[in-house]
Design a protein around this ligand. Structure first.
Ligand SMILES: *[C@@H]1O[C@H](CO)[C@@H](O)[C@H](O)[C@H]1NC(C)=O
Ligand SMILES: *[C@@H]1O[C@H](CO)[C@@H](O)[C@H](O)[C@H]1NC(C)=O
Ligand SMILES: *[C@@H]1O[C@H](CO)[C@@H](O)[C@H](O)[C@H]1NC(C)=O
Ligand SMILES: *[C@@H]1O[C@H](CO)[C@@H](O)[C@H](O)[C@H]1NC(C)=O
Ligand SMILES: [Cu+2]
Length: 167
């Protein structure tokens, strides 16, 4: 009984301190309605960025995109990845595409069985194909051409786990 009274007394003190801290904060900022005192609301938060996959290399056979992603990350929610590749323009060029693989295992194996095509061979032209990292989930990107050959032997694949901006 005594200890539970003591406990609720402590709880009350904590509550009072919390409420008054909040009230002071609110009063102090009333005139400007500026909420910057709250550490998690920084109005200077960095803006989403748009990144060309592979940089000046664009999206082609034989470039190590996993390495590129490691060196150019991390990426954040809301960032846009741009895939640039020439559409087929005759018999001499190898077309590319962009697929999302469902999980790490299919990514390792370049197994396209359950993959989802997000851009066909024509969508990488011009300004390129843009993909926004909307969800907090791992993304496994791969080229789907030649039934996984571009992915496996051409290293046209990379994983991205977007981070959340807390700043
Ligand atoms: C806020 O942004 C301005 C302009 O971009 C910059 O000069 C300033 O250093 C930033 N402040 C913080 C705390 O990041
Ligand atoms: C690509 O780069 C990654 C990360 O640097 C490395 O682990 C991997 O072995 C490379 N792949 C090839 C085929 O060189
Ligand atoms: C055709 O594709 C190749 C390689 O992708 C590129 O170098 C060339 O400029 C393209 N030609 C035309 C006419 O678009
Ligand atoms: C493609 O890669 C696999 C293993 O990653 C290898 O067994 C095969 O010989 C390669 N094919 C070519 C044509 O390089
Ligand atoms: Cu390809």
């Amino acid at each position: 009984m005594a200890s539970s009274l003591l406990f609720s007394g402590k709880l009350l003190v904590i509550l009072v301190v919390l409420v008054s801290t909040f009230a002071i904060g609110t009063m102090a900022n009333k005139e400007t309605t500026n909420w910057n005192w709250w550490p998690y609301r920084n109005h200077n938060a960095s803006q989403p960025k748009k990144v060309v996959v592979g940089g000046s290399e664009n999206w082609h056979f034989g470039f190590n995109y996993t390495d590129w992603a490691l060196k150019n990350g991390p990426f954040y929610l809301g960032d846009t990845l741009v895939f640039k590749y020439d559409p087929p323009n005759g018999t001499t060029t190898f077309p590319h595409s962009v697929y999302l693989l469902p999980h790490y295992w299919s990514f390792l194996k370049c197994d396209l069985k359950w993959a989802r095509k997000i851009a066909d061979v024509n969508q990488g032209g011009g300004e390129g194909f843009e993909f926004v990292l909307r969800w907090w989930q791992p993304y496994y990107f791969a080229c789907g051409e030649r039934n996984g050959f571009h992915c496996q032997n051409g290293t046209m694949k990379f994983p991205v786990m977007p981070l959340i901006h807390w700043d």
